[in-house]
Design a binder for this molecule. Structure first.
Ligand code: AMP
Ligand code: ZN
Ligand code: FE
Ligand code: FE
Length: 292
């Protein structure tokens, strides 16, 4: 059976509600699923509530954008106490950073002669937290660009005319924040940090020294060769392996939830490993291979 430990809902930049995600997961016969919205836990109550009334296993998560030596990274946190006050105040800082950046992007787009307003962006994000994909979607709706990818390429990606920086914590602070909330910290889509894979060995060594617990080895963009590369690094540093699709609904239509076609299926043993790791702490040793 397959699992999917990386999904987004309308609480960040996905297009499905947490309840809909559970329904799709049940229909695709997934063994386990995690909701990992960007910088927010606002969808978790709804997600767990719906999940607990089905046979599917659910675990609360989130995906935090962080910075390490000027490299932008995404760190997944699993099994966190999502009601913890400290975690919530830190997430509020990230959300404030997003709001400030959104305002800068809108102003820059207006200066470029594009008719777009803060209100339009607010209306676009169904559950409050807006990001660049919502802006991209507005630009597409207004026929300023043909696709979301064009919106990023011409306006929103780093270095493009409407790009703006936003506040992030360092990777070390992010890992600490996850640990202090009782969770485990996993580096998301490590293959995408540097396509040549040259930066990852050193980077992962440094993140391990700062307490990283795992690597998202199973990811749609990772070839078998890349998977093997990260399995070796995970063994070397005693990191656990996780996997997920990064499903965003209609905002990334080509990206399917795991198990909905045959091409992507992180094995269910990853989920029991993750649970054991949460129960037993850093002394837990994952057994390899994990996909047998
Ligand atoms: P934000 O969190 O607001 O910085 O936006 C990040 C989101 O934008 C992520 O979910 C990415 O998948 C998405 N994204 C980044 N670059 C692109 C791109 N070139 N085309 C489409 N989506 C993108
Ligand atoms: Zn996203
Ligand atoms: Fe990500
Ligand atoms: Fe993601």
């Amino acid at each position: 059976m397959c699992i999917d430990l990386h999904t987004h809902s309308v609480y960040s930049d996905g297009t499905n509600s947490p309840a809909e995600l559970i329904k799709i997961a049940v229909d695709s016969d997934l063994h386990a699923i995690s909701l990992t919205d960007h910088d927010t836990i606002d969808g978790i109550d709804e997600f767990l509530h719906h999940g607990h009334s089905t046979k599917i296993k659910v675990i609360q998560g989130l995906e935090i954008c962080a910075t390490h030596n000027k490299t932008s990274l995404h760190i997944l946190g699993y099994g966190i106490d999502y009601r913890q006050q400290e975690l919530n105040s830190k997430l509020s800082l990230l959300q404030r950073g997003r709001e400030e950046r959104n305002r800068k992007i809108i102003t820059q787009l207006q200066k470029l002669g594009i008719d777009i307003s803060d209100l339009e962006l607010q209306n676009k994000s169904r559950c409050g937290q807006a990001g660049r994909p919502h802006i991209a979607s507005i630009l597409k709706q207004k026929k300023i660009v043909k696709t979301m990818a064009h919106a990023f390429k011409h306006y929103l990606r780093k270095g493009a005319p409407a790009w703006a920086e936003r506040f992030t914590f360092s990777a070390a602070e992010t890992i600490d924040m996850i640990h202090q909330a009782g969770g485990i910290a996993v580096l998301a889509h490590p293959g995408h940090i540097d396509n040549s894979m040259k930066k990852q060995p050193q980077l992962i060594r440094e993140l391990c020294q700062r307490g990283l617990d795992g690597l998202e080895i199973y990811y749609p963009g990772h070839t078998k060769k890349i998977q093997r590369f990260f399995i070796e690094l995970a063994k070397r540093h005693q990191l656990i392996a996780t996997g997920g699709s990064d499903y965003h609904g209609e905002n990334k239509p080509q990206r399917k939830l795991a198990g909905t076609d045959n091409s992507f299926c992180p094995p269910d043993s990853l989920f029991s490993n993750l649970q054991q790791r949460l129960l037993q702490g850093p002394n837990y040793k994952q057994s390899w291979p994990i996909d047998k």
